[in-house]
Write a protein that binds this ligand. Structure first.
Ligand code: T4K
Length: 387
């Protein structure tokens, strides 16, 4: 059999996506909808918005939660409420473009530092080397819900009096040393996008410790309006609707079950791939109850015999929608690469990782037989190696 024949043989009849949202039973959502239909309140921090805020505070065990229409606007506001008007913000290139974009939307300059060798998160040692008198904040990302080195960032933050804002878009359901991962840092921002483990279709939340910051965030996401006749600043419209809040409330009781199902899938993948040369899976992070939001693998072309890009291509031909989260690196996006004012720091670890990473399908309802078949395909593809 040649490769084309093999692909023909194993192709899935339907698309197998990298993720699928966890949906509540429709009847559960329906009862919220009935109440919304009766009240005629669709948005502007009404009843379900308040209920969802309280429910999240309770679930996350954090002092302050402010809901947003998405994680990107929440990140944008996070920098605003710290009153950072000019200067540089150190961040990672190995992330979704939203992370550096919000730095630019704030009129600030992103400085991309390398990630930790053997990991996926911003390297505190590289960050410390990059700090100048112009550095106004640090914006690490807990990539795939893997905790950053929060102790090291905390120490840097104190030493240089620079706030740390965590992009916690991937962290819902992660607990680190007994606390929700979004508890750490000055401010932390969650995403509830449809591709996230916990979703409100579009949505996000800002988590902080100081009531004054939460109050400011609240005003800023509502045009800066404090009351009918008072506007306290240049706000934006970042509000979450009643529909999304209700959807979140309907999903919240199902999070633990979803994580349990993903954990089983994670274990199955690891077991199936453990002896495959050149394929590296990610171990569970230490001191962490993880959410298993993604299933990334790293592919070494030398050992596996096939490049990441070729494996991606073959999977796509088989209707398996794998994704290169995160390639290209953000510092390689032309807008950032072409800006002369952005320091061009070396990021060799991030570069190598971005060339080797591939996220396989991962969601609670992914059939186990699909996982086994995908792993079989990874192993069998080696019969048609490139090197
Ligand atoms: N910071 C980080 C580190 C982030 O990863 C993100 C978002 C943000 C900040 C910003 O947060 P938000 O402002 O979005 O709240 C997706 C998401 O659009 C994006 O939200 C997410 N990160 C990123 C990692 O992934 P794409 O371009 O991969 O989305 P898309 O449409 O290709 O969807 C991926 C797969 O998900 C599809 O193949 C099928 C499935 N899917 C998707 C949608 C939208 C569904 O099954 N149902 C759906 O409704 O970016």
């Amino acid at each position: 059999m040649d490769l084309e024949q093999y692909i023909e043989k194993v192709r899935f009849p339907e698309m197998v996506y990298v993720t699928r949202p966890m949906m509540p039973p429709m009847e559960d959502f329906q009862s919220y909808l009935s109440s919304i239909w009766k009240s005629l309140w669709l948005t502007n921090e009404a009843y379900w918005h308040q209920k969802f805020t309280e429910a999240l505070k309770q679930y996350l065990q954090v002092p302050e939660v402010v809901l947003f229409c998405n994680g990107t606007i929440a990140l944008l506001i996070a920098l605003k409420i710290l009153n950072i008007k000019e200067g540089e913000v150190i961040t990672t290139p190995f992330t979704f473009p939203a992370t550096p974009h919000i730095i630019c939307w704030n009129g600030l300059t992103p400085v991309f530092c390398d990630i930790e060798p053997g990991g996926y998160n911003l390297d505190p040692k590289e960050v410390e080397k990059a700090i100048t008198s112009n550095t106004k904040a640090i914006l690490p990302v807990h990539v795939y819900g893997i905790p950053c080195n929060v102790d090291a960032f905390d120490a840097i933050s104190k030493k240089y009096s620079i706030p740390v804002i965590y992009d916690s878009a991937h962290t819902f359901g992660c607990w680190y040393r007994g606390k929700s991962l979004c508890f750490y840092g000055d401010i932390s921002v969650l995403s509830f996008h449809a591709t996230k483990l916990f979703t409100t279709a579009e949505g996000g939340a800002l988590v902080c410790h100081k009531p004054e910051q939460a109050r400011l965030a609240y005003f800023m996401k509502n045009f800066g309006i404090a009351d009918e006749e008072t506007v306290i600043g240049v706000g934006i419209n970042g509000k979450m609707s009643e529909l999304s809040s209700a959807f979140g409330l309907a999903c919240l009781p199902r999070v633990e079950k979803e994580i349990k199902k993903r954990k089983e899938i994670y274990k199955l993948y690891c077991e199936q791939l453990k002896d495959c040369p050149g394929i590296k899976t990610v171990p569970e992070p230490e001191d962490c109850e993880w959410n298993y939001a993604y299933f990334p693998i790293e592919i070494s072309k030398e050992e596996y015999g096939i490049s990441r890009n070729e494996l991606y291509r073959r999977f796509r031909q088989c209707n398996v929608v794998v994704r290169k989260y995160f390639y290209p690196l953000c510092n390689q996006i032309p807008y950032y690469a072409n800006r002369d004012d952005i320091p061009k720091l070396p990021v060799p670890v991030a570069e190598k990782t971005a060339e080797q990473i591939l996220c396989l399908p991962m969601y609670g309802n992914l059939p186990h037989k699909y996982v086994i078949k995908i792993c079989e395909m990874i192993k069998t593809f080696r019969e048609w190696r490139e090197v």
